[in-house]
Design a protein around this ligand. Structure first.
Ligand code: F0G
Length: 460
């Protein structure tokens, strides 16, 4: 008999989580103004709000924490981190930061100016925020196939090379500080970018003399998909693939809270010393001295170790298989989601579930609340609340897709939890006809409103 798949780790420490009753959850979500971000985590049974900073560190990472060098300058832990990044990516210059958006702040402070254009494949919210805050434009060049949730293609996170070339051709070079390639493409559903596409983007950058930034939060998951889906890579190691992915990159920003499996941390890496020197000042002003930039020595040690573990095939296989397992269960139950299953999350297609709900009543948010009420599971809305209002007209923006992201933390839940999540989603799906009323906004901030927004049941 063929042996079934089994996890590549065993569990040494556990944390109790508690179920609750539907009555309790009804009270709690009302008190939280129907905003899942405002719920206490103790009121959540399975927390799929994000895979960022929520992973379980290994015995070796905890051991590395004990060996942290807390020197203000020149810490051993910094050099361990820098050497690991250089070994993996070939980028030799590193500025640590406290997380991914801080890395963006440091880099963009040194290269982005008003009126610039930064083409990319679905810039992440904070990346877009840092670009728009500087009165520059984050121009989306993701392939159009990414917005068809039913279409199954292996590299749905790719950049549209024709569209990118058109932008590079028609925009003065000095107005494009860099192209932003996000691997994997979070916003499009944790979908990977192929090596062919990475090389295509890099060749265009070279042709037009523009720098390439890789937003690398989930770079190792991307490498896993290249190994398992792209011809010619099946016999290469994850680390060989990672090295090749970065051959054409000039900059790398990293939220280490994802693929480096730490609870906090990030960095910017550079190919050229001169580029790093230009950005140094912003690390010192915002993050800290150059050899710790917002992190304790112990955090840098855990990060360096996490980068090694995060680029091991067995670990990645366990990780991605778990997300795929949840996808397969949802297939059995006919629950629609962005196909194929992503690297770090399943994105339920709320418009295909709550088909009769008007968009003005926040379809994906309504689905998120229903899943919480059903089973104490917390996802996150990727829809019109997240999209904010149009900065000029102040009208709500309604994106083409209304998604509920179920992000799976690394090494945290078991496949029994996946079964539970799938069953809860099925129950909500089965009673979808009875969900006839969504939500209205009571209070909101002008930008990034979804974190703090207050809602109430829609009038009807
Ligand atoms: N880039 C990508 C692709 C991300 O997904 C994130 C964070 C960041 C940059 C910013 O990093 O949070 O460390 O400051 N994504 C999290 C998420 C928050 O839930 O997807 P950060």
């Amino acid at each position: 008999m063929e042996l079934p798949f089994a996890e590549s780790y065993r569990i040494k420490m556990v944390e109790t989580i508690r179920k609750s009753t539907r009555e309790e959850r009804e009270k709690w979500i009302k008190e939280a103004k129907y905003n899942l971000f405002l719920l206490k985590s103790d009121y959540v049974f399975i927390d799929l709000l994000t895979d960022s900073g929520t992973g379980a560190m290994s015995d070796k990472q905890w051991a590395a924490i004990m060996e942290g060098d807390e020197s203000y300058a020149g810490a051993r832990s910094f050099y361990r981190l820098k050497d690991t990044i250089e070994m993996l990516t070939g980028l030799p210059y590193v500025l640590p930061s406290h997380q991914g958006r801080a890395a963006e702040n440091v880099l963009f402070s040194s290269i982005v100016k008003e009126g610039d254009i930064l083409p990319g494949n679905s810039h992440f919210d904070t990346t877009k925020g840092h670009i728009e805050y500087r009165k520059a434009v984050a121009l989306d060049c993701t392939i159009k196939e990414a917005s068809n949730t039913e279409l199954e293609i292996p590299f749905k996170g790719n950049m549209d090379l024709e569209k990118l070339e058109e932008v590079l051709k028609t925009t003065p070079r000095e107005k494009i500080p860099c192209v932003v390639l996000t691997v994997t493409n979070n916003t499009a559903g944790g979908q990977p970018v192929s090596m062919e596409n990475i090389k295509g983007v890099s060749a265009l950058c070279k042709k037009y003399g523009v720098k390439l930034l890789m937003d690398s939060a989930r770079f190792a998951e991307n490498a896993y998909f290249i190994k398992t889906r792209e011809k010619g890579y099946e016999n290469k190691t994850i680390r060989e693939i990672v090295h090749e992915m970065y051959e054409g990159a000039d900059y790398m920003t990293m939220s280490a809270k994802k693929d480096a499996i730490v609870n906090i941390g990030g960095f910017v890496a550079f190919r050229d010393e001169a580029d790093m020197r230009k950005a140094q000042m912003f690390t010192i002003m915002n993050e800290g001295f150059l050899t710790y930039g917002g992190m304790a020595g112990r955090d840098m040690n855990a990060l360096a170790q996490g980068l090694l573990e995060g680029t091991e095939f067995e670990y990645l296989e366990t990780r991605i298989n778990q997300v795929a397992y949840l996808g397969k269960k949802l297939d059995e139950y006919g629950v629609p989601y962005q196909r194929p299953a992503g690297g770090h999350a399943i994105f339920l297609d709320a418009k295909k579930i709550l088909t009769h709900l008007p968009k003005e009543e926040f379809i994906a948010q309504t689905l998120g609340i229903e899943l919480y009420l059903e089973a104490g599971i917390r996802g996150v809305e990727i829809g019109s609340l997240l999209a904010d209002r149009d900065p000029v007209t102040r009208e709500n923006r309604y994106p083409a897709l209304e998604l509920l992201r179920l992000a799976i933390p690394r090494r945290v839940y078991t496949n029994n939890h996946m079964d539970y999540i799938a069953a809860a989603a099925k129950n909500v799906y089965d009673r979808r006809e009875s969900i006839t009323r969504g939500y209205k906004i009571v209070k909101e901030l002008p930008i990034m409103r979804h974190f703090t927004i207050e809602l109430d049941r829609a009038d009807r």
